[in-house]
Structure formats: structure tokens, C-alpha cells
Design a protein. Structure first.
Length: 179
């Protein structure tokens, strides 16, 4: 098999992982809504989904259409970065448990999670997304995709993080009111 085929399989595996995330997210959203959960900050969600699809499709297309080659000095460290990003992402999901989903849903009385990676970072999942968005395409030198995804993701995160922080303030104030 060629390095391009291996790369396409890697990207496909990340795509399958994304589908597992979406199924998990839907289950968690149903749990949240059953407990009075309210979604906030929807405006950027479609753009976020589209740029994540663009990362996967763009990575493979750039490699195939522009003949990008595998450079071991770049590809192997980038692959390690992808693995670290996946590990951090699933650590976030495991730590948040039922409260994790791909949207911003506030569940009254649920309280803020402060364990796992949230002990050190406010938004560790976004660190995972940034690392993956750079590293995944660079496994096979798809630097245009890495650059475009990084810029688009920065634009989305400029909307997403303030919306999430607002939701956390709502959650914190609801928790204080419950005491």
C-alpha cells in the first residue's frame, strides 16, 4: 500500500471517530433535555460542522490532487500529535460524562466539572481540535488544509468559547441559586 492509501485510511478512521462522537453527543443531548437542558449559542454550530468536514475531505483531496508526499521528519511527529489530540479529546468526553456533547447545553443543577483535564484548562477539547487540525493534514504534508482549517477554526472558536463561557456562567449562577 502507498503512503497516500495509509493516509486516506487514517483520515477515514478519524471520520469514523467523529461519527461515534456524534452518536454519543445525541445520546447525551437527549439525557440533558430530559433533565431540562437548554441549548445556547447555536449560531456557529453549522459552520463548525462544515469546517470539520472540510478538514477531513480537504486533507485527502490535497494529498491526492496536489501530489503531496509523506515526509518522515514531518509525518511521524504529526501522527503522534494526532494520537495525543485523540487521547485528550476522549479524556474530555470521559471526564464530562453525560454532560459532554457537541453543542452547548446547560442542564439545571448539573454543576461545573472540574476534574480530569479541566483541572488545568478551561477548554481542553479545543486544544485537542487545534492540535488535530494542524497535525492530521501534516501527516502527509497537506499544509494548505492545515492552514485553512486553523484559520476557519480560529474564527469559529472566537464565537464558540465566549458562548460556552456564558453558558458556564449561567450554570454557575444556577448552582449558587440551588444552595
Amino acid at each position: 500500500m502507498t503512503s497516500t492509501t495509509w493516509f486516506a485510511l487514517l483520515v477515514a478512521a478519524v471520520g469514523v471517530e467523529r461519527m461515534v462522537e456524534l452518536v454519543t453527543s445525541q445520546r447525551h443531548i437527549a439525557w440533558a433535555k430530559a433533565r431540562g437542558g437548554v441549548e445556547l449559542g447555536r449560531e456557529h454550530y453549522v459552520a463548525m460542522v462544515l469546517i470539520h468536514i472540510g478538514l477531513l475531505v480537504g486533507s485527502v483531496l490535497e494529498v491526492v490532487l496536489l501530489g503531496r508526499v509523506f515526509l518522515p521528519w514531518l509525518g511521524w511527529p504529526a501522527l503522534v500529535g494526532v494520537g495525543i489530540a485523540q487521547g485528550l479529546r476522549w479524556w474530555c468526553i470521559a471526564t464530562l460524562g453525560q454532560q459532554w456533547n457537541t453543542r452547548i447545553v446547560v442542564v439545571p443543577g448539573a454543576g461545573r466539572v472540574g476534574g480530569g483535564p479541566y483541572r488545568w484548562l478551561h477548554h481542553p477539547n479545543y486544544l485537542a481540535v487545534v492540535v488535530e487540525g494542524i497535525c492530521l493534514p501534516l501527516v502527509h504534508t497537506a499544509w494548505i488544509t492545515a492552514t485553512l482549517f486553523t484559520l476557519a477554526n480560529a474564527w469559529v472558536l472566537r464565537q464558540r468559547i465566549p458562548a460556552e463561557n456564558k453558558a458556564l456562567r449561567v450554570l454557575d449562577s444556577a448552582s449558587v441559586a440551588d444552595r
